[in-house]
Ligand binder design. Structure first.
Ligand code: KG4
Ligand code: ZN
Length: 347
């Protein structure tokens, strides 16, 4: 029992293919964070299959919640609120978490707090900093999103840029598929790239020299595809895929994505005259991206806060933002629904 040390809430996350629960104290301390990954189920498809993902959450959700409570040494009766990711994500997956959250909130008669999954990815940076970090520019790079935010406060995240096609993580996953590297693609590409030359292939850096705050990774993906399999209609023979060539393609692709992400973050910081950059989401686990962000932050003298590794890929601990929402009265009724799509502007 930890109640004497502060109030605790239970957070539930099931927006994509991770079933997760966390117990979080009102000072944002994560007492437990349990993540059950479905990666093995989706591996052979090279990406997340929505119907499989939503079904797989069902048998996992209660054991994951139980484990989070047990690890935090907390009982249901100790909980002051239930937080749940309700947007954005896969509709069926989100509904599993929401149903569990509603049931618990009703049974325990505690507030139900809807959490925006993307904002939670950024809040992981606030948690790591251990102090207020806003206003800040936020970059969220995950399997589903590549978004830039102007974060006025923990309660005001204004979406100011996103991808017009693929997300950065999605590009990693698709390129890994092309290179016959295992899913999830991000870690596979990162490790293959270690032995490769990032200058071996000049892949496109879409919009990098453009002042619009948007991303596009679909052309880059096609460019990799043509380099590996040959350009349609061309009779030029394609060199055989050796380990070295695979590593060179992976390194050159990774460098192109990193160039664009770092470049756009820099443009946004300058445009909004903000001194802090926070970066979250699965792709923020990429060590090359982390190094390049540090170099850029040093060069233009801004504070960089990247989410800690365990809170980069999907987890429920980052839903500590729910305490801010609860204090602001942002609680929901039991008719709460999920919002699978991304809401363009939130002020
Ligand atoms: O945030 P996340 O767990 O789920 C979504 O909300 O989408 O992000 C998953 C994405 C996947 O596309 C995965 O390939 C990518 O993050 N990822 C990485 C790395 N680790 C995970 N991408 C690049 N480098 C990594 N080390
Ligand atoms: Zn995510």
């Amino acid at each position: 029992m930890v109640c004497e040390d502060g109030r605790v809430l239970l957070a539930i996350e099931s927006s994509c293919d991770e079933t997760a629960a966390a117990v979080i104290r009102d000072d944002f301390t994560v007492l437990s964070s349990i993540v059950s990954s479905q990666a093995d189920l989706h591996k052979r498809f090279g990406g997340v299959v929505p119907e499989i993902a939503s079904r797989a959450h069902v048998p996992r959700i209660l054991p994951v919640i139980d484990e989070a409570l047990k690890k935090a040494d907390v009982e249901l009766a100790d909980l002051s609120a239930i937080a749940v990711a309700t947007e954005p994500g896969l509709v069926g997956s989100l509904l599993v978490g929401l149903t569990a959250a509603k049931s618990l909130a009703l049974a325990l008669d505690v507030p139900l707090i809807p959490v925006n999954h993307i904002e939670a990815h950024l809040f992981a940076c606030r948690m790591a900093a251990g102090k207020d970090i806003f206003p800040a520019v936020g970059l969220v790079v995950s399997g589903g999103h590549s978004n830039l935010y102007f974060c006025k406060s923990a309660l005001k995240f204004e979406l100011i840029g996103s991808t017009i096609d693929d997300a950065a993580g999605e590009a990693f996953d698709k390129v890994a598929n092309i290179l016959k590297l295992p899913y999830p693609g991000g870690p596979s590409i990162e490790s293959a790239a270690r032995d490769g030359d990032p200058k071996a292939f000049a892949f496109p850096r879409t919009f990098l020299r453009d002042d619009r705050l948007e991303f596009s990774f679909s052309g880059l993906k096609t460019s990799v595809l043509y380099k590996v399999q040959g350009t349609p209609g061309s009779h030029k023979p394609v060199p055989a895929m050796t380990d070295q060539r695979r590593a060179d393609v992976a390194a050159s692709f990774q460098e192109a994505v990193v160039d664009v992400l770092v470049g756009k973050a820099r443009q946004t910081l300058q445009k909004y005259a903000v001194q802090t950059l926070c970066v979250g989401g699965g792709v923020a686990a990429n060590s090359r991206l982390r190094v390049r962000l540090e170099e850029m932050a040093e060069e233009i003298q801004v504070e960089l806060i990247v989410a800690p590794m365990e809170f980069c890929t999907d987890n429920a601990g980052m839903a500590a933002i729910a305490w801010e929402l609860l204090r602001a009265g942002r609680v929901a009724e039991l008719d709460l629904d999920v919002t699978p799509g991304l809401v363009r502007k939130r002020k």
